[in-house]
Write a protein that binds this ligand. Structure first.
Ligand code: GRF
Length: 187
């Protein structure tokens, strides 16, 4: 099986990156993590790229044309699939056009509910009954591309933001690999 050369974009903890690295060690898992792009030099997630000897590139997304560097790197590493896993920057339409239907994102809510940031606090404020995560294709509108997989849990009245994050991320570690398997099984 020829694995898809994949780039994971991160900005922070990188626990989803770590989980993908573990999954991709299985010879039947459809992707290989060939590159990590990170826009935060202090992101703890970079340690996983270092530890598992995956090439990584730090970018400064404050610069207007930083994505030119990103695109060049993606070409250089022959990347054919992109996974945004906690990447806290909206990507441009240029990048999206170059990777039509080849970019996915994981979001910590049951989309279309709670697009954008601060999902947990908004969910609590809204007295939501269910939380969850959504893996979706990336298009030009924030958190709005078609859904690949959603997973949900019930919110307890005693749950706080920390709890919600924990419950959500447990589901994310299943949802993202499952979404990737689903995508490549259907090709
Ligand atoms: C995840 O909860 C994801 O849904 C959101 O950012 C978080 C990233 O966590 N987009 P990590 O960096 O993978 O630990």
């Amino acid at each position: 099986m020829v694995k898809k050369k994949t780039c994971v974009f991160i900005s922070g903890q990188g626990s989803n990156l770590k989980n993908l690295i573990y999954n991709s060690r299985d010879s039947n898992f459809p992707i290989k993590i060939s590159l990590v792009i990170c826009n935060n030099e202090k992101a703890p997630g970079i340690t996983y790229a270092k530890k598992y000897k995956i090439p990584y590139i730090l970018v400064d997304s404050k610069f207007k044309n930083y994505e030119n560097k990103v695109l060049l790197s993606l070409k250089r590493y022959k990347i054919t699939f992109i996974c945004l896993a906690g990447y806290m920057k909206i990507i441009s339409s240029k990048l999206i056009k170059n990777y039509q239907k080849k970019i996915i994102n994981i979001h910590p809510s049951l989309l279309p509910k709670f697009k954008g940031l601060n999902t947990y606090s908004r969910m609590l404020k809204n007295n939501e009954i269910e939380g969850g995560c959504t893996v979706h294709y990336v298009n030009e509108k924030l958190d709005s591309g078609s859904t690949i997989i959603k997973k949900k849990f019930f919110i307890n009245p005693s749950d706080d933001e920390k709890n919600l994050k924990k419950k959500t991320q447990i589901l994310e570690y299943r949802a993202l690999p499952e979404a990737i398997i689903k995508i490549f099984r259907n090709v």
